[in-house]
Write a new protein. Structure first.
Length: 427
């Protein structure tokens, strides 16, 4: 049993802090134990919140797949499916999920199994509150370290990209390093990217707005960083008023949506997007073309517009590139409907196997991976900008199963659809 005296003592000693609450699912077959764990331990004081419970491993599989928590605390000995079996099963689909085991027995076999599963901890019952608090502090610290590492990786990627943007000639080593870092950051591993240049046109800012311009630029910077983080896009800050974005291939309407959001803060922003997906070797050349197009566009139309750069075939793409881009555009238009490799192949007069091979060669992704990417990007937009229910959004972007949609969304975004929607005021 949980020691009530230590619970009350610890609750009085732990100060309240403002930080994100990491989510927990509790698993125990003893009703009283489970109720005590859920309601009488000050989880929020430790930086956590209980979002669900389960009475055995089998039930826990369902709950975890539905709720997608950050952490599971589970008893070891349970009917139907014990804690070790549960962990072995769930780790196959959610390898990064953190798990803490509880047991009334100091059993070496269980501890060994927990170590093999890379458990975050092993607690003996009755729980000692001081021990629990110490372990939860370590787990939270691990979460925060992982977040800092991720942010450091983004900064490193931006540094590499900045160097490549300066290089007129391709730099194979730096290109490979940037490709490596981006592979661990973007939603999908890819060899081709969407590139855009977003600029505040300082010369067109009216005199009456000059006094508030520093605050406008600060708000603009914060907004573009939030958009980039939410969409897993690398943003390279060139100076106070120009940004280059590098992301996995995304629908053009997604970038247009970015432009509209940014122009609400700063009406003098101009966004130029390159129409084709390019490799990192083509980064400098693509950036140069975007700047040239932007200059011509400003002379003709003035600032404050969204523009797609005039198509120029990047070097190195073979005669099949146009067909692959045609398939990508079709997916971007029809992602809400049932798409099959057969129908896509038929649209460009290729066999399904030939399309699979060409698509993978040109984009680095399978057709299925690209379709999933487009659907999840659209879902993220709907979560931000609509009041549709989760199951309605799932259906709208092409998923019959809401649970499957939620699992995919969490896997790619690190948040459940509900958690992502709760963040939308800050985007």
């Amino acid at each position: 049993m949980v020691r009530w005296d230590t619970i009350l003592e610890a609750a009085s000693q732990i100060g309240r802090r403002n930080f994100r609450l990491y989510t927990i699912v509790l698993v125990d077959d003893e009703h009283i134990e489970l109720d005590t764990l859920r309601h009488y331990i000050p989880w929020s004081e430790m930086g956590f919140e209980v979002v669900g419970v389960a009475k055995n491993g089998r039930e826990a599989l369902t709950r975890v797949n539905e709720l997608l928590p950050d952490l599971v605390i589970t008893d070891v000995k349970m009917p139907l499916m014990d804690g070790i079996q549960f962990a072995e099963t769930i780790k196959k689909s959610m390898p990064s999920l953190k798990i803490i085991f509880m047991s009334g027995y100091n059993d070496f076999a269980y501890i060994k199994s927990a170590l093999l599963l890379e458990a975050s901890g092993y607690l003996l019952k009755p729980l000692d509150m001081e021990e629990l608090h110490g372990l939860m502090a370590k787990v939270r610290q691990k979460f925060e370290e992982e977040e800092r590492t991720r942010l450091s990786s983004w900064a490193l990627a931006a540094q590499y990209a900045r160097e490549l943007l300066h290089e007129e000639q391709s730099h194979p080593t730096r290109t490979a390093e940037l490709q490596d870092v981006l592979g661990g950051l973007l939603l999908f591993a890819t060899d081709l990217y969407t590139i855009s240049v977003i600029t505040i046109d300082m010369k067109n800012v009216p005199l009456e707005h000059m006094h508030s311009l520093p605050l406008t630029i600060k708000a603009f910077h914060q907004k573009i960083q939030r958009l980039a983080a939410a969409n897993h896009v690398l943003t390279v800050e060139w100076n106070d008023h120009r940004y280059i974005t590098i992301g996995a291939p995304i629908p053009s309407q997604q970038m247009q949506h970015w432009h509209f959001e940014l122009s609400e803060i700063c009406p003098w922003v101009t966004t130029c997007v390159y129409p084709d997906h390019v490799s990192l070797e083509q980064l400098h050349e693509t950036y140069t073309q975007l700047l040239q197009h932007r200059g011509r566009y400003l002379l003709k139309h003035g600032s404050g517009h969204y523009s797609v750069c005039a198509p120029t075939s990047p070097p190195g793409l073979d005669r099949h590139a146009g067909l692959i881009q045609q398939v990508q555009r079709l997916i971007e238009r029809e992602y809400g409907n049932a798409l099959t490799i057969d129908s896509l192949a038929e649209s460009v007069h290729l066999s399904p196997n030939h399309l699979r091979a060409l698509f993978k060669d040109h984009t680095g992704n399978t057709v299925h991976e690209y379709t999933t990417q487009v659907r999840l990007e659209s879902a993220a937009e709907l979560l931000r900008d609509s009041e549709l229910k989760i199951h309605e959004i799932a259906a709208k972007v092409g998923y019959d199963s809401t649970s499957h949609f939620c699992a995919l969304f969490h896997k790619k975004r690190g948040l459940t659809p509900s958690q992502y929607r709760m963040q939308k005021p800050g985007l």
